[in-house]
Design a protein around this ligand. Structure first.
Ligand code: NAD
Length: 254
């Protein structure tokens, strides 16, 4: 179904694990060349290997999305290695600590701000500059969360950063609508990735409660988010921009 990313060049941040890795595999399967960007060198190289062993095209770029010069270099790597940039999935993220607002640490607030918010802004900034230079538009998808659409008890700093991702997404979509650059967000519910498994290990009770609260009574799989992201990047989604799409087994309908 994803289709229509054939022959395009995509960058995926957080491509070394979870949702990002699944997206790299799906982009490549659908015919895109992929820049796997991550701060985790081993994970990122493993993803690039998985893609190339399956017959796809991928390179790994070591990139901390909170560092402007590294983000700029990531975009350059797409141009130098694959000839341009057409799609971007800005998905790298960190989890919040579980604590009521007055007990949360400034350190975790700043980590959430730097990676989940500033990182998305920096990525879009350099990706959009490149897309404007090419003059043929492009498509960007940012990973927000259900926590970017509603408040979440004990997760204020993460929720705030994910709300910001949606604000940035909608504003960028308006800024560049006439330049044929589409900008959307996916809002995952609880997805079976290393990030969520860390939360479940720390507090099995939170895990049980999360699954019980899901209308579909199961976790999502990374590929279920990645499919939505690749679709939004594809030509099939040519009239969709400025949208924050929940991919959450119905949770936002409750
Ligand atoms: N798993 C879930 O339940 C869930 C739910 C909602 C939203 N999300 C969001 O989905 C995205 C992907 O998460 P995941 O569940 O696949 O987690 P994950 O931990 O499996 O993968 C996240 C990846 O991001 C990378 N990363 C972290 N900081 C980075 C930085 N500064 N620069 C570059 N890369 C960095 C990590 O190294 C890792 O490879 C995140 O934005 C997360 O907030 C996840």
């Amino acid at each position: 179904m994803s289709g229509s990313v054939e022959g395009k060049v995509a960058v995926v941040t957080g491509g070394g694990s979870g949702i990002g890795r699944a997206a790299c595999e799906i982009f490549a399967r659908e015919g895109a060349s992929v820049v796997v960007a991550d701060i985790d060198v081993a994970g990122g190289e493993e993803t690039a290997d998985l893609v190339t062993k399956a017959g796809g095209k991928a390179i790994f770029v070591n990139c901390d999305v909170s560092q402007a010069e590294q983000v700029e270099a990531m975009v350059k790597a797409a141009v130098v290695n694959f000839g341009g940039l057409h799609c971007a999935f800005n998905n790298a993220g960190v989890e919040g600590e579980y604590a009521r607002l007055a007990d949360a640490t400034e350190e975790n607030f700043l980590l959430n701000y730097r990676v989940n918010m500033l990182g998305v802004w920096l990525c879009m900034k350099y990706q959009i500059r490149q897309m404007l230079e090419q003059g043929k538009g492009g498509a960007i998808v940012n990973t927000a969360s259900d926590a970017g659409l509603i408040g979440v008890k004990n997760l204020g700093q993460y929720s705030a950063a994910k709300h910001a991702v949606i604000g940035l997404t909608k504003s960028a979509a308006l800024d560049y609508a006439t330049k044929q650059i589409r900008v959307n967000a996916v809002c995952p519910g609880p997805i079976r990735t290393p990030m969520l498994m860390r939360v479940f290990e720390e507090s099995p009770k939170i895990g049980e409660a999360m699954i019980a609260a899901q209308p579909v009574k199961r976790l999502g799989e990374p590929s279920e988010i990645a499919d939505a992201a690749v679709y939004l990047c594809s030509d099939h989604a040519s009239y969709i921009t400025g949208h924050a799409l929940p991919v959450d087994g119905g949770y936002m309908a409750t």
